[in-house]
Design a protein around this ligand. Sequence first.
Ligand SMILES: *Cc1c(COP(=O)(O)O)cnc(C)c1O
Length: 500
Amino acid sequence: MNRPDELRGIAHREPVIFERSRPGRRGCSLPQAFGPADSLADIPEDLLRKSELALPEVDEPTVVRHFTRLSNWNHSVDVGMYPLGSCTMKYNPRLNEKLCRMAGFADLHPYTPEELCQGALELWWELEHLLGEISGFPAVTLQPAAGAHGELTGVKMIRAYHRAQGNARKRVLIPDTAHGTNPASSRLAGYDVVEIESGAAGILEPAAVAQVMDDSVAAVMLTNPNTLGLFERHIGEIARIVHEKGGLVYCDGANLNSIVGRARPGDMGVDVMQFNLHKTFSTPHGGGGPGSGPVGVCEKLSPFLPVPRVEKRPEGFRLVHERPHSIGRMKAFYGNFGVLIRAWAYIRELGPENLRRVCEMAVLNANYLRARLEKHLPVARQERSLHEVIFSEKAFEEAGVSTLDVAKRLLDYGFHPPTVYFPLVVHGAFMVEPTETESPETLDEYAEAILAILEEARKDPEILHHAPHHTVVGRLDEVQAAREPVLRWTGPAGDEAKAR
Ligand SMILES: *Cc1c(COP(=O)(O)O)cnc(C)c1O
């Protein structure tokens, strides 16, 4: 394990690039403009820019160093483990990056006629069927661009289904452990959200659903395993209660990785579920995208799937646009196709046995960390967790520090902190999800770092209150950053005016 004082190296404090700007400094030479000299004369006066374009003026090494230094501040899975819980990030094998860059895929124009892109359509069709097989749904759309977009697609289909029955209904039931996107998607699709409290065991109790379930409820929307990392054991019973009153069951599938190959939501009574391909089936997830949120549906929802649908016909793969009950298009062209290629490759490389092993290793790693730490850190729930483990703030508080202090101090030990203060139902939550590819040695180092920090806290909590000490940027004022974000540079170097 790295002790903080053993970490060495060159760490550059890099300002914004505008501060490096010097008038007249150049990194390239541009050719003389060609075409008629007075071409600007064609632009109407009111569309011409009045002010100078405030671009930084820098030489080539300055540009390269600026961005390279910033990139070194970025933590990535190539530097160390990334144990964020809730987001269930899987390891993305490098091979899949190579495959999705193959010219036959990467250079394909979205308007290519169907006859000339049969390979891409075949991959599309196959991926739909592979995902259907994995999840237990008879039909899948690959169109949505992210998990939350998949949720919206799913809830819109639920609405279209109820409307076709003569009543769109008014409410969606969502447990208090839900991801924030669930209520947001339901609202966007026009539903009121009713929150249901999960039971003492951290999972949803059928009685709590039965109590509020009536024929104004369009659906229940839950995550399984839920945001506490616990399997919703009563899912079958809950589905029965909801179906009895004509409602539908939506499952947020973002945590699918912890049951892949072991259980299928379609078999649990779930009617519709989104996959987060950028979490469960390859594709780097950091940096905000692109993602992909395919949606699987049961038979009765399939008429409402977005168009176009890809079909396998004797003459080849064809796109079908005419489907009278479809909710329409959710995204231009074919979804985020690069993400689909990676997912296809990941599933085909691993095959059923190894997909199951990915899930088992993810669960094993989370429970290994739990076992290593629970003597010293109380777990939030006694129930065995699946892919992630949540510790409560109790042990930190007793040592006079907070969850945030411990998270920040982990940076000094060369580790990325876990998810903190989520889910909200656990006070000061410290939520670790090690993922399936981390070795026992790495997990041990992580556990030892946390224990060393706890020891430090007991001796000298001040060290933690001001951590991190060994990073390029120290403890930030997160409240000010949120309330007064600096979003635009408004002045040249040395200017008094600060960008606000
Ligand atoms: C990540 C996540 C989402 C949202 O997915 P995006 O791809 O970020 O839109 C929804 N639900 C859960 C449980 C998640 O972890």
